[in-house]
Every structure is written in C-alpha cells, then in structure tokens.
Design a protein around this ligand. Sequence first.
Ligand code: PA5
Length: 462
Amino acid sequence: MKTNLFTIGLGGVIGNEEDGPFIGKERLLTLEETLRMAEVSLRKNSKEGKTGCGWMRLPYEDIGPIGSVAEKIVGFDSIVQVGIGGSALGNLMLNDAFLHPYHNELSRKERKVPRFYMADNPDPKGLSAIWDCIDPERTAFIVVSKSGSTAETITLFLWFFEALSERLGPEKALSRFVFITDPEKGILRVLAEKGALASLPVPADVGGRFSVLSAVGLLSAMGLGLPVSELLEGARLMDDHIKKARGIWENPAWLLAALHFLHFVQGRHMTVTMPYSDGLERFAEWHAQLWGESLGKGGKGSTPIRALGAIDQHSQVQLYVDGPDDKLFTLIDVKKKEPELHIPSVEMEEMSPVFYLGGHTFSDLLTVEAQSTAAALMKAGKPVIWMEIPCLDGIRLGALIFLYEMVTALTGHLLQVDPFDQPGVEQGKRYTYGLMGRAGFGSDAAEASEGFGKVLGIALSV
Ligand code: PA5
C-alpha cells in the first residue's frame, strides 16, 4: 500500500512570461542531468565514507546501541542535553514535533518519560535556570560535541560537572554523563572511557547539522519516547522515492534544489520557511542552520528565514507580500492538526458578526490562513512552494528531514560550494579559543583583537 507522504504545489514558482517571476520549465529541465549526476556522486561518496556524506546511510543503521543507552536514561527524572548548533537543533525539532508543548510541566504520570532541558547557549541566566529546575541527583546529562572542543559545549559541561561533583563527588558525577562524540578522538572521548554512564559515536563522516538521525538526535528522542522507528522509516521512504524518480517532476529533491538555485540566480537571496503548525516551528529553525551553514560560502547562498504561521502574518507578511521581490517562500500546511478542536458556535446576538467562524475547526482556520497567505503572495507576484502534509507524524517528519538534507546537498552542488564544510564557523571558533587563552591559538587571538579593534564605539552616557 502506498503512503501519501505529502504534496508539493508550485504557486507562481515557475511563472509565465506575462507576470511574476519567470523560471520556465525549460530552465528546470536543463538542470536535470546535472542533478542526476550530483545525486549519483553523493550516493557513491556516502558508500565510500567521504567526509560529510554519511547522513544518507543513517536511516538504515542499527539503532540497537542507541536504544540500550536510552534504557539507562529513561528512569531519570530529567535529561539535560549539552550541545550547540547541529548538536542541539535536531533534538529541539523532534521534541517540538512530538512532545507536549508544556512537557516539563506535566506530572511524571502524565508525561511517563523524563523532563528535558537543552543547554546550548552559554548564557549564565539560562544555565542557572536549568539548575534551578532539576533535581541534580536524579538527572542524566547528555553531552554532544563531535569535535569535543566547542567552547560553548565544553564550558557548559564543566559547569554542570563541577556543580554535580560538589553534590556527589567527581566519580559518581561522571557516572551521570553520556558522551556523544567522535568515535576515537577528543577530550570527551577520554572522559567517556573513564567511568561515564555511557558513550555513543557521532559517525566520522556525518557533520553536525546532518546528524539528527544519528545518536545525536536519536538518543534523547528514544529516552523521551518519540517515534524513532517511524522517523527512520519516513526517511527511508523518501530516499526510496528519490532513488526511483525518473525525472525532475517526480523527484522532489531535484525540483526543490533546482527552484532554489534558479530563484537565487534571479536575485531572490532569501528563502522563507513558514510552517502553519507549532510542531514545525523548530523544523524551520533546524532547516535554517542546515541551509545557512551548508550553502553560505564564497559569496553565495540564500539566507534562510524562519517564520511561523499564523503569528508572522501579523509581523512579517506585510513585508513578504509588499516588500522587495528577493525571497522564495515555502509554506507548509499540516492538514490534520491534533487535537481536533472546534470554534464554538454562539447564539448571543451581540456576537453575530463572528457567527461565520462557529463550527469550523482550529485546524481548518490555520489551513485557510496558510492558503490566504499563499494567495496574497502569489497575487503580488511572489513565488510560493506549497507543502501539504496529511498529518505531523514520525513518517512525515522523517521524510521531510531526509528530503531537505538532499535538497541542501544538491543545491550546494548547483551553487558549486561544498555543503559539508563550515569554514566561517571554524574561524569564529578559533578566534574564541584564542581570545579565551587556548594554547596554540595566539595568532588567532591577535587577528581577532585587531579585527574587533576596528569596531567604532559610540558611548551613550546620560
Ligand atoms: O553543523 C555543524 O558542524 C556545526 O553546527 C556543529 O554542529 C556545531 O558547531 C557544534 O560542533 P561540535 O558538535 O563539534 O561541538
């Protein structure tokens, strides 16, 4: 039996010559062969374990070892994950899609699984707030860092470790930590071998922002009872669909990569992802990192913008509709939103102007709002990709994840940039190491100081 994953609609994206942006079917078709070759080469690189290409293998991996570690953490009262960027955003996306929005406020009986806190930004306010909320003695800490050296993650880890050591002593404290890091190198690997609760590898050929379907994203997901098997099945279904597609009209990854590339070339240097579902708000955030960090290179790459329907209708849509034609829009509608809640039909005469709303579901309202935004954008000649998802479940989210990873990798090929490196991020990391006094990074510190010294300060004293 066939599974309807989702439908992709093109709203003025290809255009006609009279009005709106014009791409034309012919231009899309000219990219078909390039995309076919790019996909073949990605798959070959993945099989050969080439840097960055391991994500294609993840939906097929044995998750047994991750499940065994999840069993060790599920009995704790809380889980704190320490990580940043690709070591955090995938987890937040999965939680947003599947956990109760106020998960941590539910009783243990209601939520059945531990509370979850993400420590990603090393802001003392957020850090101490997490400590205030947890019972440290009944908390498991998952530290995720592929490199094992990211300053934000290491400092957060050191803080939690010291605070916990003061309560339990260093040995017992360490036994509350799970490390997800490089399989062989880095300081976290050393600690992992010294009496940690457990450790799992970040596969060497998988980059942070492509790692959500590895232990990085799946350990907390399993510990929190999220539909991990369905996620992986959805990713495999999408992979299969892409593999079997015979041309650009059947292959959503080729189509979306080609459209993003051609609109970028036409000067649409921003790409807006706007789901009409709270459960996909963090998907837009995850996608923003995937897209921005993978493609922003050598003066190229469209800027990802995350928006949320209907909230941004009352914030950004004026600009989107009536502002400059420099954006490609992806609107995502989830057809069946849970729970099904109806807008009450009231009989008070004073309320007669709003009688028309009564009886509809809130789900219908959001869908209509999404359609209205799409129509308004198209009327203004702005290009819209319309994604319609029957419901937000593991299968659909897994399929979306795999699809957008493939679209990102293929768009990188069209833009002729390496989607799997991040020299700009590494530069910032080196400056931070240098300025914080790490040995061997003296010249980075000097360069950063010199660069920052050019900032013009204007003192505002009153
Ligand atoms: O995608 C990436 O490579 C980055 O966003 C990393 O995930 C992020 O910088 C954190 O790096 P690490 O996992 O090495 O601590």
